[in-house]
Design a protein around this ligand. Sequence first.
Ligand code: CMC
Length: 440
Amino acid sequence: MARTTSPGGRKQTITLTDNSTGKTVEFPLLKGRLGPKVIDIRNLYGATGYFTYDPGYTSTGSTESAITFIDGDKGVLLHRGYSIEELAEKSDYMEVCYLLLNGELPNRAQKREFEHTITMHTMVHEQLNYFFRGFRRDAHPMAIMCGVVGALSAFYHDSTDIGDPHQRMIASYRLIAKMPTIAAMAYKFSIGQPFMYPRNDLKYAENFLYMMFGVPCEEFQVNPVLAKAMDRIFILHADHEQNASTSTVRLAGSTGANPFACIAAGIASLWGPAHGGANEAVLQMLGEIGHTKNIKSYLARVKDRNDPTMLMGFGHRVYKNYDPRAKVLQKACHAVLKELKIKNDPLLDLAMELEHIAVNDDYFIERKLYPNVDFYSGIILKAMGFPTSMFTVLFAVARTVGWVAQWSELIEDPVQKIGRPRQLYIGKGRRKFVPLSKRK
Ligand code: CMC
């Protein structure tokens, strides 16, 4: 039984009564600046001898955070208080990185200095180039990312002491700056082209497109419309509070592991199709559906409980409304296709028709399933020339700043402890060991 109490001016608490013993215990209620109240159960086990059971952490807050706020019912996403729509419209990725890391938007001088610092860290240690040769050419680029980013800790020893704020800052800059370089190298390796060194005269997104699509034997002009779209895609993926990969980074970070190892853990977690791997899965799904005439039969499979098929790019643990990032991406998608003079893209037509039918279907309405960020990102990325296997890599590039900001917040949090969930044990009870000779 639970009861909320708020007697005149006292801190709010919630009272839990154990019906089996009649014992009553009070727990504080915490109120963040935005969002629902939170029951502080830190002394639950000590006071009652009970743990909580919450598979998938659907009702569990693992940390305080001042970085990102989501109201999933209203479809709101704020970074340090600024709405994602405004940031995507009026800001750029470097500013958003600064904002996530420092809590405020930069002034002109701060922005100039931040961009310069990131630019100065874009090259990777030359020895790291040889690392790639150990991979098969057909390796998935996310497999390469997990390995190479983890290996950065073997190259940058001078920024692995997490107790030193200066080293933490340098590691953060290095990760943000080197991810596009490593991502482009993973792609170049897969197609057998030479690696392109970063160019310091180009902006972050431009430089990434140059390293991806340029070749050393000729001039490469980055299309400004595509660079803008790339920058916007980076903004939209920059952070998303305590999602699976961020929680993975925080959990790894809580052990005192170095930042490069923590971000590699985040990349591995992002790879799954329920998380960042969904953008790749959306394109595979659209390919499988093939034509608008097949949408109904595909949706019948999705709705069939005996069929494991999911509508990829739909649904979200937190958003029970439109994912605001999907709306921005849908608009950006039209701009990119127009710039590339792609009229009537059958994939976009198919996606829009699929969305239209799904959002008006009772199955999706009842479950509050709407398109998420991954629904449209793949279509833009494909139009821009990225192979599907690179989609999740781009998500990882953009999300690195979020991981790094959340990791820094964790390290600086005075109440941070090693993350260590408990369990509801359902295995065998204690039993006697049977020697091999007596086992049947
Ligand atoms: N297609 C069909 N049914 C769905 C879908 C979907 N995409 N998503 C959820 N459902 C159903 C689910 O089967 C369940 O139905 P029922 O109540 O009858 O058992 C109900 O909706 C509630 O879903 P849930 O499994 O409790 O939701 P969750 O919060 O555990 O999962 C999710 C969230 C994102 C993992 C899931 O919606 C999903 O797998 N979506 C497809 C993959 C995807 O697009 N992932 C990207 C997420 S956004 C970006 C990111 O995080 O990287």
